[in-house]
Design a protein around this ligand. Structure first.
Ligand SMILES: Nc1ncnc2c1ncn2[C@@H]1O[C@H](COP(=O)(O)OP(=O)(O)O)[C@@H](O)[C@H]1O
Ligand SMILES: [Mg+2]
Length: 251
């Protein structure tokens, strides 16, 4: 397992912005944007970059595209768990259980290996788990069943080399029931061309943003606080790609 960096664009100063995935840290990415804002196109580019630049022994991508195919290529590095004909919610729920099983398997293997050698641990491929369009789950997850599986995966993720990349029409603060520390596990946040309120909520955890907070955060964004970025070509704040990248957590 090694650290990978996925370029997603350039800032006005021509600096390349990359999504860093650092194995053995809790390191996850959440992409929020209204319908038509470019989430699926971004996911396609991210996965394409990974399979072009890394061997399948280094990085595997598991995907679920319940609303139809998103990538326009095939690769041995990509395993697609979409099941056309099944409901969006059923597909995501069963995919999340598969990912949990993999995390559990990995952590058992690592536990068994620990007595013998650490080399096995580092020979496992990094696993990137992509779900394009999570929002249907917000409406059906009344008993927090789905949230509970996500929470368990997040708990094991750093030790097992699993990173999540989720997209949604709604910011992750609205993932019902996810405790704040897990919400923060998504240390890479990207907001695509949304309303300003959605952008701030997606980046800074401001559910129901207040006007005073909007101006404060707008100032932070325009000053370019550490980790915050605005991509060139989208620098009009009303219609932009903005994001923040916090250090990943190892606890
Ligand atoms: N980076 C981009 N640059 C230019 N056009 C884009 C970009 N991303 C998306 N688009 C356009 O916007 C349309 C909708 O994008 P899509 O990724 O399907 O949005 P979403 O998944 O958020 O609903 C695409 O068909 C594409 O033409
Ligand atoms: Mg889409």
């Amino acid at each position: 397992m090694k650290e990978i960096r996925i370029p997603i664009g350039r800032t006005a100063n021509n600096k390349v912005v990359t999504i860093p995935i650092v194995p053995l840290y809790r390191n996850h990415c959440f992409i929020a944007g209204e319908p038509g804002s470019g989430k699926s196109v971004l996911i396609n580019n991210i996965i394409k970059y990974i399979v072009k630049n890394y061997d399948k022994n280094e990085v595997m991508v598991w995907t679920c595209f319940p609303q139809g195919p998103v990538i326009d290529f095939q690769s041995e590095s990509v395993k697609d768990f979409s099941v056309p004909g099944k409901s969006t919610e059923d597909q995501i729920a069963s995919f999340i259980r598969q990912v949990f099983k993999e995390a559990d398997y990995r952590s058992q293997t690592l536990y068994d290996e620990r007595a013998m050698s650490y080399t096995e641990l580092y020979s496992m491929p990094l696993l990137i788990v992509v779900i394009d369009e999570l929002s249907p789950m917000y409406y059906v997850d009344d008993d927090d069943y789905f949230t509970e599986w996500i929470r368990r995966i997040l708990e094991m993720s750093h030790a097992t080399g699993i990173s999540l990349i989720f997209t949604s029409q709604l910011p992750n603060t609205r993932l019902s029931g996810l405790p704040h520390e897990y919400d923060r596990a998504f240390n890479i946040r990207i907001a695509l061309r949304g309303s300003y309120a959605l952008i701030l909520e997606a980046l800074y955890d401001y559910p129901g943003v207040m006007p005073s907070e909007i101006s404060e955060a707008a100032e932070n964004l325009s000053r370019g606080k550490a980790g915050d970025f605005i991509l060139h070509d989208y620098s009009d704040l009303e219609s932009c790609i903005v994001g923040r990248i916090d250090p990943p957590s190892n606890i």
